[in-house]
Design a protein around this ligand. Structure first.
Ligand SMILES: [Zn+2]
Length: 285
């Protein structure tokens, strides 16, 4: 079974009235201001999955700064997942500053089938994990058995729209304080696995997974094998960042860059995700 752990879909009205949304949210304007930044719907994702032979995708929305836009987007993800026959697994987003409204929204999303919260971008949404917001997310994750998926920024290297989201050191502090949580660091967790040779970091990464989202924009193809050596293939999740990267492009990149490591390939392409999402793996050949 092949699972893409990192895709983004939007309600059609966001694409149709893009200019309105660009005015309403500055982080959205930064990342989607260019007309070249694609916005895809659930139907387009399902068609892409068909072409790339991806069985299941985790669907992420956008970390809007306002709670009401988060709620509307969550609604679309939950509905799309409910219609998908299990092919789409929704993760939702909240604005922790919304207090009780945010907590109520998490409960509503869990009842609607959400398996996690993400893609969380604390710095774009104007909160810090070191304050109460980190505890709100951690407590919700424990209470509702949710996975937390964070965008993590590389502290060095080239700039790109949306690079800021969560700094590497803030992510590290959060995972080292909350070791019982299941946390996914998107985009190879901003490079944190490269520090796994430091014993305390290796230990703090025990429940941390990394996804491969947007790899072709960030790293050379040696990253797949080298991170598998550093933290183990059982910690890596295939994630495309669709529609930024096509699923048809990323899936063969993983298959082609792990050498003879057949077990690693199976773990990364689907087995790790099945375990985390508790999907039955009967479609696996
Ligand atoms: Zn991201």
């Amino acid at each position: 079974m092949v699972v893409d752990f990192h895709t983004h879909i939007f309600p059609p009205q966001v694409r149709e009235r893009r200019e309105d949304y660009l005015r309403r949210d500055s982080a959205f304007a930064q990342m989607y201001g260019s007309p070249k930044a694609e916005i895809a719907t659930a139907e387009e994702l399902l068609a892409s999955m068909e072409r790339a032979e991806v069985d299941t995708s985790v669907v992420l929305g956008f970390a809007w700064s306002g709670q009401e836009l988060c709620r509307q987007h969550n609604e679309y993800l939950l509905e799309a997942a409910a219609r998908s026959g299990g092919r789409l697994v929704p993760f939702c987003v909240i604005q922790p500053h919304a207090g009780d409204d945010a907590l109520a929204e998490i409960e509503r999303c869990v009842r609607g089938g959400a398996r996690g919260l993400g893609e969380l971008r604390p710095e774009s949404q104007g909160y810090s994990l070191d304050e109460g917001a980190g505890d709100i997310l951690a407590e919700a994750a424990v209470r509702h058995d949710l996975i937390l998926l964070f965008h993590v920024s590389e502290p060095v290297g080239h700039a790109y729209p949306g690079k800021g989201g969560l700094s590497l050191d803030a992510f590290y502090r959060f995972v080292s304080c909350h070791r019982a949580l299941t946390v996914v660091g998107a985009h190879w967790a901003g490079g944190l696995p490269f520090y796994a040779l430091m014993p305390e970091i290796g230990e703090a990464l025990a429940n941390v997974y990394v996804d491969t989202a947007a790899t072709p924009f960030l790293y050379g193809s040696a990253v797949y094998r080298q991170v598998a050596e550093l933290v183990g293939a059982e910690r890596i999740l295939f994630g495309s960042d669709y529609p930024l990267i096509s699923q048809q492009r990323e899936r063969p990149a993983i298959e082609g860059n792990l050498g003879e490591d057949e077990d690693g390939r199976r773990l990364i392409l689907g087995e790790n995700a099945c375990r985390l999402l508790r999907l039955s793996d009967d479609r696996q050949g």
